[in-house]
Design a protein around this ligand. Structure first.
Ligand code: GSH
Length: 205
């Protein structure tokens, strides 16, 4: 039995979709980020980083989206959600880590500028730059990372639930998927899957 610590509408959606895809036994603990639940002592005891998601597993807690996704894929090898060849696995990790280390932080500058600067003008300037940075990330994903129809090509993998967040980060910055046919087709293919639908429903989306 897994426990997914999540907040609705956040990047926890990726692990949530993968749990549904696997058909794993899990429960959710729903936190409110605006309500500050992620900074409350009982949650900091689970994840001292004070972020969601966190996944409690029979071996302990895992944090960071790419680590959670890779763990779930490797803990359920029969589901074929991660390549076994080292180079192919590294390619999958490279795609997921691009989201974790570049696109998600670029998005975070919209709301979390105060983590990077104190000067209100600097914060405003960072915020202003977010749509351009998200657009640049989307272009790289369209042209280089999303092979189509799935991220890794013909086979659905641990990367797909994470890349489903891309269009949400784009939409939050008023960037349409119209000029991004691979991303648009990926969104449609993801939405057609019962696991995605089940997770979205639990996020009220
Ligand atoms: N690097 C972390 C980032 C997680 C993260 O920033 N989650 C957001 C929700 S999408 C969060 O907890 N935000 C609360 C905050 O930044 O205080 C990961 O990939 O898991």
């Amino acid at each position: 039995m897994y426990t997914l610590y999540m907040a609705k509408g956040t990047s926890a959606l990726a692990a949530h979709i993968l749990l549904e895809e696997i058909g794993a036994e899990y429960q959710t603990r729903i936190l409110s980020v605006p309500g500050g639940d992620h900074q409350a002592p009982d949650y900091l005891a689970v994840n001292p980083r004070g972020r969601v998601p966190a996944l409690d597993t029979p071996q302990g807690v895992i944090t960071e989206n790419p680590a959670i996704l890779a763990y779930l894929a490797q803990a359920h090898p029969e589901q074929n959600l991660a390549p076994r060849d080292p180079f192919a696995f590294a390619t999958a990790q490279s795609a997921n880590l691009y989201l974790a280390s570049t696109m998600h932080p670029a998005f975070a500058h919209k709301l979390r500028g105060a983590r990077f600067a104190d000067d209100p003008a600097a914060i405003a300037s960072m915020k202003e730059k977010v749509p351009a940075n998200i657009l640049e990330c989307a272009r790289l994903i369209e042209d280089h990372l999303l092979q189509g129809p799935w991220v890794l090509g013909a086979t659905y993998s641990m990367c797909d639930p994470y890349f489903f967040l891309v269009h949400r980060w784009m939409a939050a910055n008023d960037i349409s998927t119209d000029a991004f046919p691979r991303i648009a087709a990926h969104v449609d293919a993801m939405r057609a899957r019962p696991a995605t639908q089940a997770a979205l429903a639990q996020h009220g989306l």
